[in-house]
Design a protein around this ligand. Sequence first.
Ligand code: PRP
Ligand code: MN
Ligand code: MG
Length: 182
Amino acid sequence: DGRPYEIDQMISAKRIAARVEALGAEISESFRGTDRLVVVGLLRGSFVFIADLIREIDLPCEVDFLEASSYGNDTTSTREVRILKDLRGSIGGRDVLVVEDIVDTGHTISKVMDILRDRHPRRIECCAMLDKPSRREVDVHATWTGFEIPDEFVVGYGLDFAQTHRNLPFIGTVRFTGEAAK
Ligand code: PRP
Ligand code: MN
Ligand code: MG
């Protein structure tokens, strides 16, 4: 809406890297021995996290992507999540790791996990970089979470504000400045 704002760093690139390394180690241990792992990124927010995470997973894996519809600013509880871009491959009988940037109300990840579970993977888990439990509307949680954060608007490391700032190497919060903020 054109209001001026500044971005304050919340989680540094260094802290993110350390956490991603630890997550990769836990995930590798959990899936140890599999020869059928598919890591699925949810577009667009997860693309930075998935790129870093897969390089910390020391198992053979495929990488695939899926895009679910965004419900924008709709705040009703009857949110519909549809698939806009589906996976290229089949996940029947596979071990699936779904990668998300953030679990907020939980509608997106909950619906995507339901849709993917219907395809009968052998196992399906989720790893989310960020979790905002205070905003949850659906009882869902990721198997692995990078950081639990308070209810603030976050950008960077894949997360956008009106489609910008996904390229910031850190995770920051948006703070509105000037007269409009008062
Ligand atoms: C954001 C975020 C998650 C989802 C979380 O995606 O990347 O996918 O919302 O919200 P929820 O838990 O309330 O469902 P968005 O729809 O903004 O699309 P993007 O990933 O392309 O930015
Ligand atoms: Mn998203
Ligand atoms: Mg977004």
